[in-house]
Design a protein around this ligand. Structure first.
Ligand SMILES: Cc1cc2nc3c(=O)[nH]c(=O)nc-3n(C[C@H](O)[C@H](O)[C@H](O)COP(=O)(O)OP(=O)(O)OC[C@H]3O[C@@H](n4cnc5c(N)ncnc54)[C@H](O)[C@@H]3O)c2cc1C
Length: 370
């Protein structure tokens, strides 16, 4: 029986598996998802005070739709022999979907780097939450004033002093000027201290800023597995894919590993907002390619973001210039609805497959331009 193998159990991997199951219909096709953990981690919610809740059992999504889960980590992809090595075992594939995601780039040469906390993984976010749980009047330093650092800093501000540090001269440098006013007002309202144009040079005891935790939020890169399918990758470590999300004749890629075109001037962001529809398309196409069913093009919906700003609400933006469409309480309502919306349906094959068929999320709650 032909075999589709999906590497990764994040948004891109889970939705690839569901997309492949949708295309399979009643045909004979084996689908296996390989990921080391038992859960889909809802990474966009890891800034929340109880990150342990930001997960969904993979079995509740995969079992109803007839997808096998192999709890293992892939170390090798051999595209010549069409097989992967997972925890030492060779597994053959006819089509592969690479959806192994991304990881935080930890500083290698920073003295004391081993003391850094992060909210990049479920384990990392839980370790930070446990470390700070019973400390009173605590101080946290957040390094990196981009999307993740801002969500971390504003969430931590509810429970103590926060210092936000970035080597850029302005807050949210990569987010551009669109939402900057809203972000600065929120940081003022929450009393988040800022040091911009500042590089952290050491993390240790008796440092110049006494902190209970230093949270590293500066930069992510795609899984190193991309290097095994292409010698060509972008500055985020992602492999180029075509409109059908194909990287090689028998390999598709989705989510944070794939540099898909968004429009003439942009590639997709490393974001759940893009990983989910990419997964649906890549998985569908991997199965469709084997079954002789027409393939789908990846046609991204409008680019939107919603940045949580803790007790100061959230800012919802639209377009690549990130025009602020809603902020404060109204922005927070959008964020809360998104955070519910990213939770996939469970235990019900019909609902899971119907969601896999809706490549673009219906988000009627997004405020419109007009
Ligand atoms: C704090 C935070 C807030 C965020 N907020 C937002 C937001 O508001 N909006 C938004 O759109 N995005 C947000 N993101 C980004 C978003 O979470 C990612 O873009 C998204 O998770 C990418 O999905 P993915 O499936 O490609 O990768 P991942 O979520 O990284 O999943 C990768 C999967 O692959 C598995 N894996 C890795 N290596 C291997 C291997 N060698 N073998 C087998 N399996 C492997 C992992 O275990 C995991 O299951 C946020 C991220 C963080 C950390």
């Amino acid at each position: 029986m032909a075999h589709v193998v999906v590497v990764g159990g994040g948004f891109a991997g889970v939705w690839s598996a569901a997309g492949a199951a949708l295309a399979r219909g009643a045909a004979d096709l084996r689908i296996t998802l390989i990921a080391p953990g038992e859960h889909l981690v809802l990474r966009p919610r890891l800034y929340e005070p109880e990150p342990a809740l930001a997960k969904v059992e993979l079995g509740r999504i995969l079992t109803p739709i007839g997808v096998e889960h192999l709890g293992a980590s892939v170390s090798t992809i051999d595209t010549g022999r069409r097989m992967v090595v997972a925890d030492g075992a060779e597994i053959g594939y006819d089509r592969l979907v690479l959806a192994a995601g991304s990881r935080l780039v930890r500083p290698r040469d920073l003295p004391g780097a081993e003391r850094l906390f992060d909210i990049d993984t479920l384990d990392g976010a839980c370790r930070l939450a446990d470390h700070l749980r019973d400390r009173r009047d605590r101080t946290a330093v957040v390094v990196g004033a981009g999307f993740v650092g801002l969500e971390a800093a504003t969430a931590l501000a509810a429970r103590g002093r926060v210092l936000l540090v970035d080597r850029s001269a302005v807050v949210g440098d990569q987010l551009g000027p669109g939402p900057r006013g809203e972000i600065e007002s929120a940081l003022d309202e929450l009393g988040v201290e800022r040091r911009f144009g500042t590089t952290v040079t050491e993390v240790g005891d008796g440092a110049k800023v006494e902190a209970d935790a230093v949270v590293w939020c500066a930069g992510i890169t795609a899984s190193e597995l991309t290097r095994q399918i292409s010698g060509d990758f972008d500055d985020l470590g992602r492999v180029p894919v075509d409109r059908q999300l194909r990287a090689l004749p028998e390999v598709f890629a989705a989510g944070d590993t794939a540099a898909a075109a968004f429009d003439a001037g942009h590639t997709v962001m490393q974001a759940c907002r893009h990983a989910t529809p990419m997964g649906k398309v890549a998985g569908h196409n991997a199965a469709a390619d084997l079954l002789g069913v027409p393939l789908r093009d990846f046609t991204p919906g409008p680019y939107v973001t919603c940045l949580d700003l803790g007790g100061a609400g959230a800012v919802f933006t639209r377009g690549w210039d990130r025009r602020a469409m809603a902020s404060g309480v109204a922005g927070k309502e959008v964020k809360q609805r998104i955070n519910q919306h990213i939770h996939p349906p469970v235990d019900d094959a019909a609902k899971i497959l119907a969601a896999a068929d809706r490549v673009h999320l219906e988000l009627p709650f997004f405020p419109r331009d007009e």
